[in-house]
Ligand binder design. Structure first.
Ligand SMILES: N[C@@H](CCC(=O)N[C@@H](CS)C(=O)NCC(=O)O)C(=O)O
Length: 232
């Protein structure tokens, strides 16, 4: 049965920078599955298959609709048990900690480095909604929220220190080979890389090398994706 994935698209339809959608594209490739991407726009939420939580990714396979990236990963492991995303219950628990660490500790620095860029890349029909919802979330204007990207970068780099230390001992978060915990981390790195020209990671950072390894996986799935031009 074919798989469809609703994936946030920018004005340039090839530009895709949703961190949560990247988790799932990497997870599908990890399983050796093929899928069709359906470009999603915030302004067209009513076109998402039901049930959904008003967010992407949403995965559809036959009559099954699964939304939320974590639930999709669980579904994929149930439905296609080969090449597991979570090798065992313990590694799934650890991946949950990685998810919460990325979403709560690392994530907040990313809009501070790039939210105006994310908005400027969006389709015209999505911009007002994005500005309104994000300004409400941040309690300030997008421009004000992003008024010191260098300082945000320092916070971002510091927040990634546990990963940097871990990479001294092993190439991936999941160990010798990547698994869903890595796709969670990569989703956030790819969000910034594809969505903003601001260079968040320096080349002498072990996390930069890790991102390079992740970009090369699955015949360069991440590397071949469209991205914003780098500032340097
Ligand atoms: N917990 C969800 C979060 C998904 C999410 O927030 N996706 C964003 C795109 S990156 C979205 O669709 N937002 C819709 C909105 O802001 O209205 C997941 O892991 O799938």
């Amino acid at each position: 049965m074919s798989i469809r994935l609703y994936d946030l698209a920018a004005a340039d339809p090839s530009l895709r920078f949703s961190p949560y959608c990247w988790r799932i594209k990497m997870a599908l490739a990890h399983k050796g599955l093929s899928w069709e991407e359906v470009p999603f726009h915030f302004a067209e939420k009513d076109q998402l298959p039901q049930p959904n939580a008003g967010t992407v990714p949403v995965l559809v396979e036959g009559d099954t609709v699964v939304s939320d990236s974590w639930a999709i990963a669980e579904y994929l492991d149930r439905r296609f048990p080969g090449k597991p995303l979570f090798a065992c219950a313990e590694s799934k628990s650890t991946a949950l900690l990685v998810k919460l660490w990325m979403e709560r500790t690392v994530h907040p620095f990313i809009p501070r480095m790039g939210v105006v860029d994310f908005m400027s890349a969006l389709h015209e029909k999505d911009k007002a909604y994005f500005r309104k919802t994000r300004e409400k979330r941040f309690g300030t204007s997008l421009e004000q929220h992003m008024n010191n990207p260098q300082q945000a970068r320092e916070g971002f780099v510091a927040a990634l220190e546990p990963l940097r230390a871990m990479l001294k001992q092993q190439p991936y978060v999941a160990g010798a080979q990547p698994a869903f915990a890595d796709y969670i981390v990569f989703g956030h790195l790819q969000w910034m890389r594809c969505g903003s020209p601001f260079p968040a990671l320096k080349k002498d950072d072990a996390v930069f090398d890790y991102r390079e390894r992740m970009l090369d996986l699955f015949d360069g799935l991440g590397r071949n994706a469209a991205y914003r031009e780098r500032l340097n």
